[in-house]
Design a protein around this ligand. Structure first.
Ligand code: F6P
Length: 391
């Protein structure tokens, strides 16, 4: 390298005190305990979970057993990481693989009574039962009385800040998980997103979901708004094919949350029934793909997914992990243009993300200096957010 520019490298977890290090050493021990307590797993599952925890904190990365259904896929995705210390593997790669190994430890894909039972369902269900959900559903009564631009602002920002409610993050997060007064939207390109939709005669929006529970609830309200106002003629909602990153949404979460909205009093019930009808008639399509749980950035998306997303008028990517996969989980200078890093993406793209990991791009220099000078953990504590759009 001849220039003096800083070298951009993948984020790894080997630096004690770093955010990534804390995920393995502080967050995961709590998470593994929560998983062990969530179901009456047999002794072998408890042992496998503890062994995975020890391996991932201080050991080398072991392969999945060769008889698992997705062994060949992981051989393709493995990127030569097997046999390396976990802490030296790219953080993005290692975390996704960790969640696959959790499923292996509890026998999620193995024959038996708990086969296919969502490892994280008890956490997701508890979140849906909180009084906050009731409050949020009641607040929907005020939506219809707003003008279009206020409605747009309300549904988009609810979907954005809903991302703060993720259950993996809550394990070590300190602040409140709702209506944070200190919350700060660092970049707001939302006007561009609406222009993209308004300029298209029959817009089709793809929304790549993140968490179930309150985040998915807000995403579904956004989807209903897009469909009822005609901003989109069709929405395609992408969810994970299996339990992942604790609270990531899968198909049954969409059904549960839609039912929960429809069962509420007031305007929420109408929204819930409209969503149910849209799912039934295909105006709202539900999709999944193995790649959504891959340990890889989106510039390595397989051709079938590229083809599918290339039909989108706009793809909305929710959450922190999708953001890391979109821009690359690397030590980018935070002023690196968002449009430059996402130019490969097959459609115009909007990222709605609260910051819960070190990666951040597309931030103005003055703003960045101010944030850094504040002394706050703004990149990781979930108090800040971005709405970034590339046409
Ligand atoms: O649910 P989200 O917004 O994708 O956030 C999950 C985030 O939590 C973490 O798992 C913490 O490790 C991040 O790695 C990840 O980006």
């Amino acid at each position: 390298m001849t220039s003096g520019a800083p070298r951009v490298t993948p984020i790894v977890s080997d630096s004690p005190g770093s955010f990534a290090w804390g995920v393995w050493n502080q967050r995961h021990p709590v998470l593994i305990k929560q998983i062990r307590d969530a179901y009456p797993y047999p002794p072998a599952a408890h042992e496998a979970l503890e062994a995975l925890l020890a391996e991932s904190i201080a050991g080398d990365i072991q392969k999945l057993p060769s008889d698992v259904h997705d062994f060949a896929m992981w051989e393709q995705w493995c990127d030569d990481q097997y046999g390396r210390p976990w802490a030296q593997a790219p953080f993005l790669w290692a975390e996704s693989y960790f969640y696959r190994r959790v499923l292996e430890a509890v026998g999620y894909f193995r024959p038996g009574p708990l086969r296919g039972v969502d490892t994280f369902a008890p956490f997701k269900q508890a979140e849906l039962a909180t009084p906050l959900v009731e409050t949020e559903l009641t607040a929907l009564d005020a939506l219809a009385g707003l003008g279009l631009s206020d409605q747009r602002h309300a549904v988009l920002t609810a979907s954005l800040w809903g991302n703060r409610a993720d259950l993996g993050f809550r394990i070590t997060a300190k602040g409140p998980d709702h209506g944070a007064p200190e919350a700060d939207l660092i970049v707001d390109d939302s006007a561009t997103a609406w222009v993209i939709l308004d300029d298209a005669p029959s817009a089709v929006v793809h929304l790549v979901a993140d968490n179930a529970g309150r985040e998915l609830l807000a995403d579904l309200v956004l989807i209903d708004h897009l469909l009822t106002t005609g901003a989109a003629v069709q929405v395609v909602l992408h969810v994970k094919p299996q339990p992942y990153y604790v609270s990531d949404a899968n198909g049954s979460d969409v059904v549960d949350v839609t039912r929960r909205i429809a069962a509420a009093p007031g305007d929420a019930a109408d929204i819930g029934h409209r969503l149910w009808a849209a799912l039934t008639d295909g105006t709202l399509q539900l999709r999944t793909h193995a790649f959504w749980c891959a340990p890889l950035p989106f510039d390595r998306m397989p051709t079938d997914l590229v083809m599918e997303l290339s039909k989108a008028t706009l793809t909305i990517l929710k959450g922190d992990l999708n953001y890391r996969k979109l821009v690359g989980d690397c030590t980018w200078p935070a002023t690196t243009p968002f449009g430059e890093l996402t130019s490969y993406f097959p459609s115009p793209v909007a990222a709605l993300r609260t910051l819960k990991s070190d990666v951040a791009v597309g931030i103005g220099l003055a703003e960045l200096e101010q944030l850094d000078a504040s002394g706050a953990q703004w990149r990781t504590d979930g108090t800040h957010a971005l709405i970034q759009v590339r046409k």
